[in-house]
Design a protein around this ligand. Structure first.
Ligand code: MG
Length: 237
């Protein structure tokens, strides 16, 4: 999983220089797909329940699961990129929201709060904690930042399958749920809306998730292992 995570992190790093006004999201997809295959991996998302691309690209009011296409990035956009890789039988999954050129103050704050919420969740991935402690840490970080947690989509266990038990909500009471033990591996992924938490799936493509009120949404994700020494992020270069 660490090796798969290295490839995932490499994609997110490689895409940085291509995130600029004028780039088509399908170009990001082609670059990511090539990068993954060159390193012996396979994109986990391509063909998953019929998903038609190797990454998800989610612009502005798109929360997650945006499909790369002809759309061009514009100055002031934010774009979430979600990448999953399977390598030697193990998956890793991470996402990051990028600024396209100069972005608004609220967009910047939304991205910062979402990333901080992910960090808070990671810090709670300690042996002896319960899963609810992770969920609660994420929710508190989001809400103290003044934003809304998406409840319809959640994080997940990950390993030989991309989505394993348990589901990991980005909200809920502390002190509940399964005890965390060394060796468990999770994909933590706060999805955070500027306005209302409500989201809807595009009826046309069946994938694209948007905010109902049209406000911005950000998404950060890492694959994390619980170890005797504390949490270890696996999706790093
Ligand atoms: Mg995930």
């Amino acid at each position: 999983m660490r090796e798969a995570g290295r490839v995932v992190a490499g994609v997110l790093e490689m895409l940085e220089e291509h995130i600029k006004p004028g780039t088509r999201t399908e170009t990001l997809n082609e670059l990511a797909d090539g990068y993954i295959r060159k390193r012996g991996g396979t994109p986990s998302f391509l063909g998953y329940r019929g998903f038609p691309a190797s990454i998800c690209t989610s612009v502005n009011n798109v929360v997650v699961h945006g499909i790369p296409g002809r759309e061009r990035l514009r100055e002031g956009d934010i774009v979430g990129v979600d990448v999953g890789v399977i390598l030697d039988g193990y998956h890793a999954d991470a996402a990051r929201t990028y600024a396209v050129g100069e972005i608004s103050g609220v967009a910047r704050k939304l991205m910062e709060v979402t990333e901080e919420a992910l960090e808070a969740g990671i810090r709670a991935c300690r042996r002896g904690n319960r899963l609810g402690d992770v969920s609660n840490a994420i929710q508190r970080a989001v809400e103290s930042g003044g934003f809304s947690v998406v409840v319809q989509f959640v994080g997940h266990g990950i390993g030989k399958e991309m989505h394993e038990e348990p589901q990991i909500p980005n909200f809920g009471p502390a002190g509940r749920g399964p005890l965390l033990e060394a060796g468990m591996t999770f994909a933590l992924e706060p999805m955070v809306n500027e306005g209302s938490y409500e989201v809807e799936v595009d009826e046309g493509d069946g994938w694209t998730v948007r905010t109902v009120d049209g406000t911005l949404s950000a998404h950060f994700e890492h694959t994390v292992a619980v170890t005797e020494e504390g949490p270890v992020v696996l999706t790093v270069p």
